[in-house]
Design a protein around this ligand. Sequence first.
Ligand code: 1CP
Length: 360
Amino acid sequence: MAEAKTAATVAERPVLRVLSGEAISPPPAWMMRQAGRYLPEYRATRAEAGSFLDLCYNPAFATEVTLQPIRRFGFEASILFSDILVIPHALGQDVRFVEGEGPRLDALEGRAQFERLREAGDPAIFSHLAPVFEAVERIRGALPHETTLLGFCGAPWTVASYMIGGRGTVDLAPARALAAADPALLDALLDRLVAVQTEYLVRQLRAGADVVQIFESHAGVLPESSDGDALKRYSLGPITRMVQGVRAQVPDAKIIVFAKGSGLEGHARVVPETGASAVGVDWGVDLAALRARVPASTVTQGNLHPETLIEGGRALDAAVDAILAATEGLPHIFNLGHGITPQTPIAHVEQMLARLRGSR
Ligand code: 1CP
């Protein structure tokens, strides 16, 4: 079971302090996709585990790869190693990860496939996901006390887009076509994802996650909405229902929402509309402009461009400095503006942290 989040625990975990509104200098840091193929120790564990899903569903291996970036870099937060697509898998959809290509699902093309999915209350969903909760418990037990543990899931629209398209696509054409052809079906799918994933996040929090992050990786590509507010209709609306549903069971839950591609205005809407504790900022947004646009009390996270991390050198130092300048005296968690990529040199991650930690 999770430890009680006493005031003392919060005081000892810098990421939780920032999420409670405190500005810390230098800001605590972690990286999206911090466990992954840029690390030789990850590649070794991955080879031992077998398939990508075998790694996700094996609590011992999932714990090991979650801890690897903490041991190597001492990040202030750790993120559960899993994937947003374990949810379609738990709903009964076929999910595979093809080496070098990414995820492949049996595309959900219409009502016949939807009706074969498990219903939200089906206990089989959570017995399928039991290894994830076991991993969360083990990770929390193994982490340094001061390190915050994040759980996560995908936002309903992003997960639905993979379920409908069967794979990642740039323009999400299959999901947008379904929205036009059968809007009620898309709504039913989004509703099911809201219900299942609300429970999923609650169980991660109860297993020991301190914080959860909702990844809306495809907030920049949405179907048209008759009321002209597609961001609310497909993205922020379902996310809001999840935030409220989680808080109905875990009243003080800390929730970060990352709505990639939603632009400056979309990012500015995240906290006021969803009630999230913080907004994750993608690399396409000018962080200084966003900070000028939102109240000083808003907690932000981000947003170093992953390509700048690959480039290294003076460009990297300058980009770290710019993030610090934009967030000075404000509650901010240092991160990338999207996931780290496999070709990133480890020395550049070290350089990034040295610049950050030497900045005081
Ligand atoms: O073995 C491998 O290295 C496979 C690559 C990989 C990894 C390391 C995939 C396949 N998923 C993951 C882990 C993962 N995925 C984490 C782990 C925790 C961490 O260290 O950050 C998290 C949080 C995710 C979340 C995820 N999966 C998102 C949302 C965030 C984002 O990057 O936008 C998405 C969209 C996915 C789907 C997915 N899983 C994997 C890939 C390559 C993709 C993207 C596919 C595509 O759009 O084409």
